[in-house]
Design a protein around this ligand. Sequence first.
Ligand SMILES: *[C@@H]1O[C@H](CO)[C@@H](O)[C@H](O)[C@H]1NC(C)=O
Ligand SMILES: *[C@@H]1O[C@H](CO)[C@@H](O)[C@H](O)[C@H]1NC(C)=O
Ligand SMILES: *[C@@H]1O[C@H](CO)[C@@H](O)[C@H](O)[C@H]1NC(C)=O
Ligand SMILES: *[C@@H]1O[C@H](CO)[C@@H](O)[C@H](O)[C@H]1NC(C)=O
Ligand SMILES: *[C@@H]1O[C@H](CO)[C@@H](O)[C@H](O)[C@H]1NC(C)=O
Ligand SMILES: *[C@@H]1O[C@H](CO)[C@@H](O)[C@H](O)[C@H]1NC(C)=O
Length: 244
Amino acid sequence: MLTTLLFLSTLLPTTLTTNPYYPYPNGTNSTNPTSPSASGTSVPTPTLSPIPIPPCQTFYPTDLRILNSRYPNFDMSPLHGRDNMFMLLRQLPSTFQIATQVQFTLGPVSPSTYSPNATCHLHLALPLTSTQTIAGPQPIFNLYQVAREAGSLATWDMFEARNVSGWEPAVFGQVNGTAEARDTQWATQGGLYDIGPTRCNETLTWQAGMAFDGGEEVNYWEFINVRPPASPEQGFRVVTGVGC
Ligand SMILES: *[C@@H]1O[C@H](CO)[C@@H](O)[C@H](O)[C@H]1NC(C)=O
Ligand SMILES: *[C@@H]1O[C@H](CO)[C@@H](O)[C@H](O)[C@H]1NC(C)=O
Ligand SMILES: *[C@@H]1O[C@H](CO)[C@@H](O)[C@H](O)[C@H]1NC(C)=O
Ligand SMILES: *[C@@H]1O[C@H](CO)[C@@H](O)[C@H](O)[C@H]1NC(C)=O
Ligand SMILES: *[C@@H]1O[C@H](CO)[C@@H](O)[C@H](O)[C@H]1NC(C)=O
Ligand SMILES: *[C@@H]1O[C@H](CO)[C@@H](O)[C@H](O)[C@H]1NC(C)=O
């Protein structure tokens, strides 16, 4: 019984035990191993309330980084130093490519933000036609989830889908940005793509790259990620919780 109680208590972050939303059963005060009552057989079986799921939370990117195959080690320049610009470019295997890394910093698990092992969804709110540049026969991009420290260096050499010996990482999700697909998305989802779910984490990072060569034309997509209170809100966000 004692070991069960100790095990259960380790599942709960210590900061949560005093939170009113995490009612700890009265009997569990006896988990202190020096407490005489802990060795007794009358300790009631704890009935932990299910951990409540926080209400819907929205996180906006802390950082968008341009990755350019022409400057594989580049991290600093007016373009590469921007933190809110999304740009993808791909034409032929022989021409340079541009990808973008999108990073979110959620911070540690907390009762007001996200619960342990919560599911986070990556969303893309389509920019208005007037606030983006989109071109080519297949402006369709893949997202690859990568593990990165918050604020860490991001260069083309660190783009996991940069096609070293034809190897490609697992695709997390794909966004179809052809005119027809965007029209459908506006008509049915208000322009919102729910790209996919993942487990929430202090830091969440995705790399985006065009899925296909353009051939005669360049597959290209560019916009500024805009978060509230600026508007119109457009670009990437992560949502988690109840009612999202
Ligand atoms: C358990 O501990 C809390 C915090 O120390 C205290 O407020 C509460 O009265 C204790 N309950 C019992 C049954 O001892
Ligand atoms: C737990 O403690 C609260 C406040 O101390 C008390 O109102 C409640 O009756 C107790 N519950 C049980 C099952 O002992
Ligand atoms: C979270 O997931 C891990 C690994 O699947 C598991 O060991 C742990 O018990 C889970 N924690 C909670 C609070 O569900
Ligand atoms: C989870 O967050 C930690 C802390 O920021 C980070 O080191 C790790 O790479 C992240 N894992 C994933 C899968 O993103
Ligand atoms: C990787 O290179 C191969 C061979 O050139 C090509 O067929 C494939 O489309 C490339 N994939 C990506 C993601 O660039
Ligand atoms: C992209 O969307 C268009 C229009 O719905 C569709 O015809 C095309 O097959 C889609 N492409 C991919 C790769 O899913």
